[in-house]
Design a protein around this ligand. Structure first.
Ligand code: ADP
Ligand code: MG
Length: 738
């Protein structure tokens, strides 16, 4: 393979293997080594402080100043023993990354010397100078202060010399400026709502936790090649590049053996992740060449979100140590599979019941059906909003392309669960619940064999598929903060459960008297009545067919599902009356917060497309056209020499091919130039628009669609221009060198 045009960093690694950080212990020993987890708390905190902390973490108890001081002291002791000299409030602003500002523990001791100090006050609250984080206008720059506040439910950890404290980021007037604050509110809402519904079945349930297991897909590219691609460097994706003669058609990458340098990267990544308490479980090659996946064991959603953010930054850092760059963009290469981040989601109780898993008794299965149906109700009612929650300028390239879920949210249940719901809906209600002389009440709810959990018929085309004991939200983008999807999903389900409970309670009151002394439990009758209603209502969201087909788009529209494809339009779902009503009634976000966040979304969309347009213009004008012209000049010289050397009729024949190419280059470069000019003009028009929404729409409708025509010509030139002159690493190099 031709690789001489660029310096391939990987070659150096083959000669001198990397010194990979490998602890001598087994993973179980070093797991969580860098985390101030319960075990460390027990060791570094006094008993009463430890117990108070556990109460804060498990039951959301309030934390008073004295306890905070004691916790801070214990944390500092542990952190300094780990070599930390600094601390930071670590938070998740509305950009897709994390932010931190490091301060050292050092303070004046009042006697001319220094001491290392860390108080409860510093632990609990900070004021990062955060005026440059997006806020959608909530903090106009003159009152730019927001504060970060400790989230005691996600443990602090040490990276290098810094103690990192997970925090929420809030404006002084109380609006969330980050992802974590609304996520914690949504998790609280779903906990309260689900716990109450659980009480119909088991009054001893105290708490319901939302679980998340994400599967992170990514590409690795050799750093030397990456550096030679301004588009990858500045936009995270290739804006041009002809298909490689070989790509993924052989299906030989998926689950194939992992290349050596990649394996070394994965090993080091996993060790560091495990030390930070991220329970890494699975790693494998993905469908596309140079595409891989990492998945941990699922955790409480708040923690899982933090761990995913942490993992993404670890990946970037460790990849570079191995001479790679990690691409988290959802669609780095046209024509090649994109990257997603499946969000496996479920609810479970404090007494160990997985609410989305079938049980053994009919009553357990009625509870199972309840949580399945109410999840579907939430997803049905807010399908447009759920789509908005995973939509971004980058993920838009992946959704709807022929390899990822379409830009329509629907749910796949599989045969057995579908049959269970059909049975509850259609069977005679009084037969579902009947009296059995000796045993009291009998319930005719079909059993689901346990085998089924490992055996779910999988529908890979469904964006929200039931997979045995959880739902798998597959539309989430690889680069996204999972919190966005999790805020919406948990809120939507919380709302559905609140509604469900209201109607069940009303129904119980209605039928109670009829059941006096009958031995029947009116609660179960009421649950079934309401469930039957809901199974009918949410039917349009259930779809077991091929989600990639064109017929589905037509069908989905008939069913009233949201089929909008334009990213800026999709964001509007956040401001739909039913969305505002849902978020406000649950206390997750206010209208003002939603409006502000949408401003940020539109602005981010515009900026991303704007940067791409500029990069495409620049590369066209100062990489592609000059190189194509240089090659054309060489051909012209050749034609000239041939004409001088040979008689005219012979020269004509000999020059025929070169003349054709000379002409083709002229045509293509002038089309590119005209395209770039159009792009510039369209930007000038769009940039004058005041409203962020309208500007984003203009970028979507008038600028983004112009990319393809320019790219088309560039990709054609790539095929005819002398390979040794071509200024950009090609797809075959980016995708196959490792
Ligand atoms: P796949 O076959 O889709 O690759 P895996 O078995 O690798 O799925 O699991 C994917 C993720 O789903 C893992 O993070 C796993 O821990 C998580 N998971 C498994 N069961 C549940 C559950 N009940 N709730 C949430 N996540 C779960
Ligand atoms: Mg999966």
């Amino acid at each position: 393979m031709e690789t001489l045009r660029f310096q391939v960093v990987g070659e150096a690694f083959k000669k001198k293997p990397l010194d990979v950080h490998t602890p001598s212990d087994r993973p179980a020993k070093y797991f969580g080594r860098k985390v101030f987890n319960r075990e460390k708390m027990y060791k570094y905190l006094q008993k009463d402080v430890y117990e108070k902390m556990i109460d804060v973490m498990d039951n959301g108890a309030r934390l008073d100043r004295k306890v905070a001081d004691a916790v801070a002291a214990g944390m500092k002791q542990w952190a300094t023993e780990m070599g930390a000299t600094h601390y930071t409030h670590w938070f998740q602003p509305l950009t897709e990354g994390t932010a931190e500002k490091h301060d050292s523990f050092i303070e004046h001791d009042g006697k001319g010397g220094m001491v290392e100090e860390f108080t409860g006050k510093l632990l609990v609250q900070q004021e990062p100078d955060a005026s440059s984080f997006p806020s959608g206008g909530i903090r106009s720059t003159f009152e730019a202060r927001g504060y970060s506040a400790w989230d005691p439910t996600s443990p602090v950890f040490v990276i290098d010399d810094t103690l990192c404290i997970p925090t929420v980021f809030i404006s002084y007037s109380g609006e969330a400026l980050d992802y974590k604050a609304p996520l914690l509110r949504a998790l609280h809402a779903v906990n309260v709502a689900a716990t109450e519904v659980c009480h119909y079945f088991d009054p001893s349930v105290k708490k319901v936790t939302s679980n998340l297991g994400w599967e992170q897909e990514y590409f690795l590219v050799d750093e030397g090649l990456y550096a030679a691609r301004p588009d990858l460097l500045l936009t995270g994706r290739t804006l041009m590049g002809h298909d490689s003669a070989k790509n993924q058609q052989m299906d030989d990458h998926y689950f194939g053996s992992i290349p050596e340098r990649v394996a070394a990267f994965m090993r080091e990544l996993e060790i560091e992740a495990l030390e930070l308490g991220i329970p890494c479980k699975t790693r494998h090659n993905e469908v596309a060449p140079n595409q891989f996946e990492l998945a941990p064991i699922f955790e409480d959603t708040n923690l899982a979100v933090d761990h995913n953010m942490l993992l993404m930054s670890l990946m970037k850092r460790i990849a570079r140590k191995h001479g790679f760059r990690v691409l988290l963009h959802e669609k780095p290469f046209a024509g090649i599979n994109g990257s997603g981040k499946h969000n496996n989601w479920s609810l479970s109780t404090d007494n160990g019941v997985l609410l989305h898993a079938p049980g053994k008794t009919p009553e357990q299965n009625l509870r199972f059906a309840t949580f399945i149906v109410e999840t579907l109700m939430g997803v049905y009612r807010h399908n447009g909003l759920l789509k908005a929650s995973i939509m971004s300028a980058t993920n838009a390239h992946r959704l709807g392309a022929n390899e990822a879920p379409p830009a329509i949210i629907s749910s796949f249940l599989g045969k057995q669960v579908s049959e269970l719901l059909d049975h509850i809906e259609k069977a005679d209600r009084d037969n579902i619940l009947s009296m059995d002389g000796k045993q009291g009440m009998k319930m005719d709810i079909p059993e689901i064999p346990e085998l089924f959990i490992d055996n779910t018929d999988r529908n890979r085309t469904s964006p929200f598929a039931f997979t045995g004991n959880r739902f798998e939200f597959r539309a989430v983008g690889s680069e996204a903060n999972c919190a966005s999807a999790m805020i919406t999903l948990n809120s939507a389900v919380a709302e559905a459960l609140v509604n469900f409970k209201k109607r069940v309670d009303a129904r119980i009151a209605e039928i109670e008297n009829d059941f006096e002394g009958s031995g029947h439990n009116p609660i179960m009758h009421a649950v079934i009545d309401v469930l039957r209603e809901d199974i009918k209502t949410c039917k349009p969201i259930r779809f077991d067919g091929n989600g990639y087909s064109d017929e589905w788009v037509v069908e989905a529209e008939k069913r009233g599902l949201d089929v909008e494809k334009s990213c800026p339009e999709i964001f509007k779902s956040y401001l739909a009356p039913e969305s505002i009503q849902m978020f406000e009634s649950l206390g997750v976000m206010t209208r003002k917060e939603l409006e502000a966040r949408n401003e940020v979304k539109w602005e981010t969309y515009t900026k991303k497309v704007q940067i791409e347009a500029r990069v495409l213009g620049d590369i066209s004008m100062n990489h592609i056209i000059p190189v194509a012209t240089r090659y054309q000049t060489a051909l012209l010289k050749n034609v000239d020499s041939v004409s001088k050397l040979f008689p005219a009729d012979k020269a004509e024949k000999l020059n025929a091919r070169n003349l054709k190419i000379i002409e083709e280059i002229a045509m293509r470069t002038s089309t590119i130039e005209a395209g770039v000019e159009e792009l510039v003009n369209a930007r000038k028009v769009a940039n004058k628009i005041e409203s962020e929404y309208e500007k984003a729409v203009a970028y979507h409708d008038t600028i983004a669609p112009k990319f393809d025509a320019i790219r088309y010509e560039i990709d054609k030139l790539e095929l005819i221009v002398d390979d040794s002159l071509w200024p950009l690493p090609k797809y075959r190099e980016l995708l196959f060198i490792r």
